[in-house]
Design a protein around this ligand. Structure first.
Ligand code: GTP
Ligand code: MG
Length: 224
C-alpha cells in the first residue's frame, strides 16, 4: 500500500489514558530489540518515523501512528527488558494488557519473534495470552537477513513448534533491512482493511501472497 501521510499522533505513558480511536488499528508486540519500530519504518518506507535503537528498551510508551488518515499502527513497548526495575516492567505489562483488552479498533496483532532464536518464555506467554483473549495473532519472524536461505525452514518450524501454533496460523518471515516479507505483511493488513478487493491488481497480489505463504509453508514442511 502506498503511504502518503504518516504521523505520530498519540504517545501514551504508563499512566496515560488510552485514546478511543474510530479508525482500524494494527499493533506490533514483541520483546525489546526484536525489531518492532524498524518494521513499522520498513512498512511505511520511512527511515525514522518510529525511533529505533541498538539498545533494548527504546520504545517506552505506546505510540499511535496515523497512516493515510485511514488507520493506525500501534508500536508497543518491548517486554523482557531486564535493565529497568521490575516495577516498571510490570507497569509496561499492565499498559500493554490494558491496550489489548480495551481497544475497540484492533484488527490484528503482529507478534514479533527473532528468526534466529527459539522463542523465549516471555514470547510463549505473550502468544498464549493473546490467543486466550480470542485474538488471532500473526507471528512475524524478524531479521531474516541474518540467516541463510537454507536455515529458513528449520527456524520457522522451530518457532511454530515452540509457540504451539496450529498449521494454519500465520507465521511470516521478514527483514526490515532487505525488505523481504514486507509485501506479505501488507497483504494481511489490506485484507483486514478490505482495500481494493475488487481490483485485478489486488487479486493478483492476493494470489501471489497465497502462493508465497504456500512456499513458506512448504519450506517449513521440508525442514520437519
Ligand atoms: N539485520 C537486521 N537488523 C534489524 C532488523 N530489524 C531491526 N533490526 C535492528 O535491531 C535493533 C532493534 O530494532 P528496533 O526496531 O529498535 O527494536 P524494537 O523491537 O522496537 O525495540 P524496543 O523499542 O526496545 O522494544 C536495531 O539495531 C535495528 O537496526 C532486521 O530486519 N535486520
Ligand atoms: Mg521500539
Amino acid at each position: 500500500m502506498r503511504i502518503n501521510r504518516a504521523e505520530l499522533q498519540t504517545v501514551c505513558g504508563v499512566t496515560s489514558k488510552l485514546p478511543v480511536n474510530e479508525l482500524p488499528e494494527f499493533a506490533f508486540a514483541g520483546r525489546s530489540n526484536v525489531g518492532k519500530s524498524s518494521l513499522i519504518n520498513a512498512l511505511v518506507n520511512r527511515k525514522a518515523l518510529a525511533r529505533t535503537s541498538q539498545q533494548p528498551g527504546k520504545t517506552q510508551t505506546i505510540n499511535f501512528f496515523l497512516l493515510n488518515e485511514a488507520f493506525y499502527f500501534v508500536d508497543l513497548p518491548g517486554y523482557g527488558y531486564a535493565k529497568v526495575t521490575k516495577e516498571l516492567v510490570a507497569k509496561w505489562g499492565k499498559m500493554i494488557e490494558r491496550y489489548l483488552t480495551t481497544s475497540r479498533q484492533l484488527r490484528c496483532i503482529f507478534l514479533l519473534v527473532d528468526i534466529r532464536h527459539e522463542p523465549s518464555d516471555n514470547d510463549k506467554a505473550m502468544y498464549a495470552w493473546v490467543v486466550n483473549r480470542g485474538l488471532k495473532p500473526v507471528v512475524i519472524a524478524t531479521k531474516q537477513d541474518k540467516i541463510k536461505r537454507s536455515q529458513l525452514g528449520k527456524q520457522l518450524a522451530l518457532i511454530r513448534h515452540a509457540l504451539g501454533m496450529g498449521n494454519d496460523d500465520l507465521l511470516l518471515p521478514c527483514s526490515s533491512e532487505s525488505k523481504q516479507g514486507i509485501a506479505e505483511i501488507w497483504a494481511v493488513m489490506e485484507k483486514h482493511l478490505g482495500v481494493g478487493t475488487a481490483s485485478e491488481e489486488t487479486k493478483t497480489a492476493a494470489a501471489e501472497e497465497n502462493s508465497a505463504a504456500a512456499d513458506i509453508k512448504a519450506t517449513e514442511d521440508e525442514a520437519r
